[in-house]
Structures are given as structure tokens and as C-alpha cells.
Design a protein around this ligand. Structure first.
Ligand code: URA
Length: 240
């Protein structure tokens, strides 16, 4: 049986980052087999680990959901202001969490799971998982700027990776454009910030697809479970 540092096991479960797990251990909030532990202690898959009262390595079936997130819902497992979160929309007793983040006012495809390994694979930028966004922006965008988006713009001092940008609609009357943007990274507010870097304000944003998964048949606020086949395919796509 292989043994690892407890903070590593906690991070691998997807509960929180390794650094946060270290803090929780120092704060005395982590128990292994009912005993409080110290930073540096190790455990194995046979041990019962509890973090802030939550069992993290119970033999629990993995579950996977695809949600069409509505506007005005927080992408988090908990909100200290008591606002509704994406997890509240899904009717199960198992503890699940969102994979990546959509802003409060962004709608569309979100995966929720208790599979920390898949969550980490899907969010790691090196795994090149495609995310398709439809952005409605103020102003009429030029072909040149679409190219600039594709080649990368500088956000917080770092250039974004290559992307694909396509004009879907330009409306002179309302002075708005609709652009499809396909990106691989998942930086904070990335799509809004990419447009902002060029002087455009995003009025509406929707994520239409993650890799081969789309919102087909799932209306706003609705969800479905992923099939075993889809989960396997996501693992394959991430490991390509
Ligand atoms: N990019 C954003 O700006 N917001 C989101 O919610 C997702 C991607």
C-alpha cells in the first residue's frame, strides 16, 4: 500500500489545494482515523481522512453532472452571503464541486463532480481542453481584432495562448457583435478580459461547449449525468 503526505491526498481528492490543506492541518482541522495530525504526517488509501468534518476518502462512487448554468448563480460549493450556488441546483446528497468557474452573470456548460483527478485534468492548461464561448459585445468588431484575439492579447502582463475567434453576427442598429471564441486556458474572467484588452465590453457570455460536450437538450437550470462513455472520453481528451 503506498503512503503519501496527507496534504497531497487531500489535494488529489479535489477538496482544496495542497497549500490550503497544509493550513488546515496546521489549524488542527484534519484527522486521520480519528486522530488529529501534524504537518508532515503520512497516510494511505486504507486510512480514514476527515477534513473540517468532511470525509474525503470514503469509498464513494464517482458522479459526474453537466449543468446549464443560469445567470445570477455562484460557481462555488458555498456562499457566505447565503446566495444560491450551482451545487444547490443539483439534487443529490453526494458532495460535488464545479470544475472550473463561470462568472455570476455567465451562463452555460459547467461540469460538476466528486472526481478530483478528472477535475484537475480538465482544468490544467497543459491538457488543452477546448472551451467554446459565445460573447455578445458592445461595438462592431473588426477582422483585424478577431485576428488579434486569435494570436493572443496581454492580460496581467501575460499573453493568452492561441485561440479561435469567429464573427457570428454584427448588428449596426444596436451597435453590438456576437463572437464565438474557442480557448484552451481558463484564466480568471479570461474571455471578458480578452475583449477588454481590445477596448470591448462583454454584455453577455455563454459557454456552449467543453471539448465534445455541448448543451444539446439541456435548457437553462437543467442538468444531466454524464455517461460512462463520456467520462472515459474526457479522460482521453485530457491525456492526449
Ligand atoms: N471567461 C469569463 O470572462 N467569464 C467566464 O465566466 C468564463 C470565461
Amino acid at each position: 500500500m503506498y503512503v503519501e503526505r496527507v496534504q497531497k491526498i487531500i489535494a488529489a481528492s479535489g477538496y482544496c489545494s495542497r497549500r490550503k490543506a497544509e493550513e488546515l492541518i496546521k489549524q488542527g482541522k484534519v484527522f486521520v482515523n480519528g486522530e488529529i495530525i501534524s504537518l508532515g504526517d503520512k497516510a494511505s488509501g486504507n486510512d480514514y481522512i476527515e477534513v473540517e468534518g468532511n470525509a474525503i476518502n470514503e469509498k464513494q462512487d464517482k458522479v459526474y453532472y453537466l449543468l446549464n448554468k443560469p445567470r445570477g448563480i455562484i460557481t462555488s460549493t458555498y456562499d457566505d452571503k447565503g446566495r444560491k450556488t450551482v451545487v444547490d441546483l443539483i439534487d443529490i446528497n453526494t458532495r460535488i464541486y464545479p470544475v472550473g468557474r463561470l462568472d455570476y452573470d455567465t451562463t452555460g456548460l459547467l461540469i460538476l463532480t466528486n472526481d478530483g483527478e478528472l477535475a484537475n485534468l480538465l482544468t490544467h492548461p497543459k491538457n488543452n481542453i477546448e472551451k467554446v464561448y459565445i460573447a455578445k459585445i458592445e461595438g462592431l468588431i473588426t477582422k483585424g481584432y478577431l485576428k488579434t484575439l486569435e494570436n493572443g492579447v496581454v492580460i496581467d502582463g501575460k499573453k493568452t495562448a492561441k485561440s479561435k475567434a469567429k464573427l457570428i453576427k454584427a448588428d449596426r442598429k444596436t451597435n453590438t457583435s456576437v463572437v464565438q471564441l474557442v480557448i484552451h486556458e481558463g484564466r480568471n474572467h479570461q474571455v471578458k478580459n480578452m475583449f477588454k484588452a481590445l477596448g470591448y465590453n462583454v454584455i453577455k457570455l455563454k459557454r456552449e461547449a467543453i471539448s465534445f460536450l455541448t448543451l444539446d437538450g439541456i435548457s437553462s437550470g437543467q442538468y444531466r449525468q454524464l455517461t460512462i462513455h463520456e467520462v472515459k472520453r474526457l479522460y482521453n481528451e485530457a491525456k492526449k
